[in-house]
Design a binder for this molecule. Structure first.
Ligand SMILES: Cc1ncc(COP(=O)(O)O)c(C=O)c1O
Length: 397
């Protein structure tokens, strides 16, 4: 019989070290204001699968938390998962463990570009993409997504033009896209890939959200489209979002191209970030080996939360516009109908509405007046958050 996981259960993270609940002051909240509800940072409020938690107890039971290395199971569990999910046959030697997707992106940028070289992104996009480029003295080139009634698309003419004009060396693709929730189609990825290949642009494909695909959509890893793209792509992914284990900081880079892979490994060694934490290794293996049932039930819960939230917003808060995402547990809310400066509105929601969302402006200037809401929590918390948003907006009338 299948085990039934309880996603209605409340887990108190307010009194833990969780960034989502303890980093509110930097967003503008008053110190120790526990009345603010956080729907920000992209981890889930759900308890992890017992199968993973039990495995994490093993190093403690053993009594020695020493240096770990990626065992055979580390590779085989990941290869099997990718084969099942994406039909991708990944060779073991392509896989390089890395302590986080963002460190993997930074390492790829650093080992494939020189100072001032241009790197292109499709904004609005996950804020660390900006930091990785700016903080490493590379030149940021933004290709802004085009908004349509039901979704967003890439402005390919602008993408190609900016690549040529700026002599772009690397493109960072977010696939699926955070925050707009697009699952790029094979056609779109082919076009994106062709432009990059034609212009000698290396692709970094951040596929950390690629398991969180909602019904009706299919994820295609861009590297699987052709042999040329396989050789021209560094794919980064992790069990972090899928199984709610981001705190383990264990990700992988998939790098079929030998030269790029060697540069990547040397970059990790050069920065001294090639060790793996014991908990990260056992958690990673347990997640990909035993986490499937938890994950499938979790996705059903998330899907119903998305339906519930969109229905609520459309009926109760018509001033807020939202499109149904195709992936992720994130809603991208358009509050442009509210006549208030972004900063002021952000502070109003936090300190008057008692609701913390991710401020859109951090995803790029084009996202002024947008806010990101994480709906991976129990229904009671989600209902509370939606009511807070409604009350805050109603009060402005
Ligand atoms: C698109 C994207 N990439 C990377 C990350 C974080 O990856 P990591 O914690 O492995 O560095 C996130 C987390 O929200 C994300 O949304």
């Amino acid at each position: 019989m299948k085990k039934c996981y309880d996603f209605d259960q409340y887990v108190d993270r307010k009194h833990s070290h969780a960034e989502k609940w303890n980093n509110m002051v930097s967003a503008g909240a008053k110190e120790n204001d526990y009345s603010i509800l956080s729907m920000s940072i992209a981890d889930m409020e759900f308890r992890c699968a017992d199968e993973i938690l039990n495995a994490l107890e093993e190093p403690i039971k053993n009594g020695v938390i020493g240096y770990d290395c990626p065992s055979e199971e580390f590779f085989s569990s990941f290869i099997k998962w990718q084969k099942e999910k994406n039909g991708w046959d990944i060779k073991k030697e392509w896989i390089v463990p890395v302590p986080g997707v963002v460190p993997g992106i930074a390492n790829t940028v650093l080992t494939n570009t020189e100072k001032n070289d241009a790197v292109i992104i499709n904004s609005p996009v996950y804020p660390p993409f900006f930091d990785v480029i700016n903080m490493n003295s590379r030149t940021l080139v933004e290709n802004v997504l085009i908004e349509r009634e039901k979704d967003y698309i890439i402005d390919f003419d602008d993408f190609e033009k900016k690549i040529k004009e700026n002599n772009v060396k690397v493109a960072i693709l977010c696939s699926p896209h955070n925050p707009v929730g697009r699952v790029w189609t094979k056609d779109e990825l082919e076009r994106y890939g062709k432009i990059c290949l034609d212009n000698n642009v290396l692709i970094i494909s951040d596929e950390i959200h690629s398991d969180l695909i909602l019904k009706g959509y299919t994820h295609t890893p861009i590297a699987t489209i052709s042999e040329k793209l396989l050789q021209n792509t560094v794919t980064l992914t992790a069990p972090s979002k899928t199984f709610n284990i981001a705190g383990l900081a264990q990700s992988v880079a998939i790098i079929p191209n030998k030269q790029i892979r060697e540069r990547f490994i040397n970059g990790l060694i050069g920065h001294g970030i090639c060790h793996m934490a014991s908990f990260a290794v056992v958690g990673f293996i347990a997640a990909y080996t035993y986490g499937k049932e938890w994950f499938e039930q979790c996705m059903k819960y998330i899907e119903s939360n998305i339906d519930f939230a969109i229905d609520f917003i459309e009926k109760e808060i018509p001033k807020v516009k939202v499109k149904r995402p195709q992936a992720t547990f994130l809603l991208w809310l358009d509050l442009s109908s509210i006549d208030m400066e972004h900063e002021q509105l952000d502070q109003y929601l936090i300190n008057e509405g008692k609701l913390l969302l991710n401020s859109g402006i951090t995803y790029g200037n084009s996202a002024d007046k947008f806010f990101r809401m994480n709906i991976a929590c129990n229904r009671e918390m989600l209902t509370d958050a939606l009511n807070r948003l409604k009350n805050a907006i109603d009060k402005l009338n």
